[in-house]
Design a protein around this ligand. Structure first.
Ligand SMILES: [Zn+2]
Length: 302
């Protein structure tokens, strides 16, 4: 859809009459939002743009969400509600901007959220997709497909391949687009309602690994988070790249995860979806606030 037309449609869909209808449809349902990075006020854009939402837009999203439903902790999402829609907020990857500025916006409003951490990639790590985007490589479908499925989403393997075929790449991204340190995560956990979950150990494509390697990725990450953050580490998993398989579901169950999240999908009832393949609504950086509101009201499919 052309941008101007899309904006008009989005704003019409946010109107009062449509809003009432939509609210009826989402009554009593659950929604898990998937964010990645947050760009602090005034900072330049960097990395894979679609993964970064501006701090200002994120703050506006929180106002929209709290108006439409109740924001609850992820591990309380399925508790019986009062009929109002219930929404959990999640961040993947532990980007510094999300851990600092994102959590500040939540704390200001007293809202809970869960940060999904790949412990093997903490402390100033630049993810391969951000390095390639930042270097000017167009992350088209062919590159992405080979990186995720041919190279298992492994940072080391993708970077080695990119060097070999001379894809432009740059690790010179602003601090907000690098990963946070354990100390920064600990500071975020000072705020009531902020928790961490597992995003595997190394952010591999779990669906491309052997059963033994999946188990190692899930158990090592779980053990590290438990040791570092105690009860603020909840037994929930977000599949890296949103990619899962029957094998990953089995491994997640065996490793003791209570829930595991994909990327894609939206409002649901817990009884209608597999516990270890729950849908999430991904929030891309390009989405307008009106578009976000329309998606939340369930009137536009993600
Ligand atoms: Zn991720």
């Amino acid at each position: 859809m052309r941008r101007a037309l899309r904006l008009r449609v989005e704003s019409a869909l946010g109107s009062a009459a449509v809003g009432r209808m939509a609210r009826y449809r989402i009554r009593g349902k659950r929604l898990i939002l998937a964010y990645h990075g947050i760009v602090p006020e005034g900072a330049p854009s960097a990395g894979e743009r679609s993964l970064f939402v501006s701090q200002r837009d994120f703050a506006a999203h929180l106002d929209v969400v709290t108006e439409i439903g109740d924001v609850v902790a992820l591990d309380a999402l399925d508790a019986p509600g009062n009929g109002r829609p219930r929404v959990a907020i999640t961040f993947d990857d532990a980007y510094r901007g999300a851990v600092n500025e994102g959590v500040q916006e939540l704390a200001r409003r007293g809202l809970p959220a869960t940060i999904f951490v790949a412990p093997g990639r903490l402390s100033d790590h630049v993810f391969w997709w951000d390095a390639l985007s930042n270097g000017g490589a167009a992350l088209d479908d062919a590159i992405r497909h080979h990186a995720l499925h041919g190279l298992g989403g492994s940072d080391e393997r993708v970077r080695a391949w990119a060097t070999r075929i001379r894809l432009p790449s740059s690790d010179a991204v602003p601090a907000y687009a690098q990963t946070a340190t354990p100390a920064e995560l600990r500071a975020a956990l000072d705020f009531a309602g902020i928790t961490v979950g597992s995003h595997s150990w190394s952010h591999a494509n779990l669906a491309a690994l052997s059963a033994l390697d999946i188990a190692t990725e899930l158990e090592r990450s779980r053990d590290w988070l438990d040791a570092a953050f105690g009860e603020r580490a909840i037994p929930w998993l977000a599949y890296p790249y949103g990619l899962d398989s029957e094998e990953t579901h089995r491994a997640a169950a065996k490793a003791g995860y209570a829930g595991a999240l994909r990327i894609g999908g939206g409002w649901h009832r817990a009884i209608d979806v597999p516990r270890l393949a729950r849908p999430r609504l991904n929030v891309p950086g390009s989405l307008t606030v009106a578009g976000f509101r329309a998606r939340l009201l369930g009137v536009m499919q993600p």
